[in-house]
Design a protein around this ligand. Sequence first.
Ligand code: PSV
Ligand code: MN
Ligand code: MN
Length: 427
Amino acid sequence: MRITQQHIREHNKEAEDKHTASFLPLVDQLDGKGVEVDPLVDQIASFQVAIPSWALGAGGTRFGRFPIGGEPGNLEEKITDVGLLHALNRSSGAISLHIPWDIPEDTAAIRALAEELDLVFDAVNSNTFQDQENQEHSYKFGSLSHTDTAVRKQAVEHNIEVIRYGATLGSKALTVWLADGSNFPGQQNFRKALRRTRESLEEIYAELPDDWQILIEYKPYEPNFYSMVIPDWGTSFLLAGKLGAKARTLVDLGHHLPNTNIEQIVATLSMEEKLGGFHFNDSKYGDDDLTTGAIQPYQLFLIFNELIEGTDDYADLENNIAWMIDASHNVKDPLEDLLQSVEAIKKAYAKALLVDRRGLEEAREANDPALAQSILQDAFQSDVRPLLREARIRSKAAADPLRLYRELGVRDQLIEERGSDTIATGL
Ligand code: PSV
Ligand code: MN
Ligand code: MN
């Protein structure tokens, strides 16, 4: 299945009149506020979000899984799926791999396929939260923090192997998420577990190429329900500080207790130059991994507002942070879901770019909370959809990616090619 420029052109031709009718009044309105539209559209167009290889199949819960058919059965097919997304929105030009689910057997062919689809490889993820077939030691009681040196060594070696795989594909970061922790008070010595984790991470850090980063993810609970070895940003930040300049914190939006002020965490990490990347998703209760922006779009906007507050150079912002999605569930077509997540992220970015920064700062300095709030909400309530559409049209993407996806019957074609009884690796 390929989406061609011909498909895009025909679709965009049809969308043209309606688009112009909504875009031109917005240009007038922004002009009136002194906002230059062209650079804004360019910034929105260039912003890319990486797609997780593990979210391309229907997700499951521990109660069941309902395959949708046409799911990618190997790495080539996963890359092909991300290529479809990127052809539709020109905003998903990267894939994040998870080893050992995505071991590149023929590196040259994998690289060639990615290049052909205009994709790059974002952070590679290690997996020490499951036991693999033929694995010598079990991770049942932890990996990098395990009491047994042999288990820790195996987990360290796995991470080093992941770096090697990533390097062959041009990745520049390793993401480490640990399921390590305990289920019952008294089960684990907190101090020893954290010290062992640090030592294991130091061994991995020593193997990082010069231009790489290690991104340390945190999570307050699950699969362990009493304690996690890296439960929060403070612990991740502490470890990243001890490791050195190439170590940073990764913020997965679902990895916080309800009502945590994530935007403030983002502000502090970015101020300290320790913000390495994101796993975008949304949630109402826990690590729900719902479509980004589906539940709390204002929070997403406030996060981008802090990111923009902390930068003078948007290219730097776009290039120095790993922007990744980590969402997956069991009721939507995953490709449609990912198109919606990317759209929501770019909307939040565009709205944050519209904030009257000078006005906001003056209101803050004057201790005027009502004015500060209305400045923020003025940007948040702007309808930026015409700006995003214009950015897509200029990048030769589809005016309405989801619509074109459906019109072309992409899922049906994938089912025809790959069958209806497919299962993709992932969670
Ligand atoms: C764990 O909940 C997590 O968010 C980590 O990022 C993993 O790498 C990912 O899910 C997929 O397993
Ligand atoms: Mn994650
Ligand atoms: Mn998660």
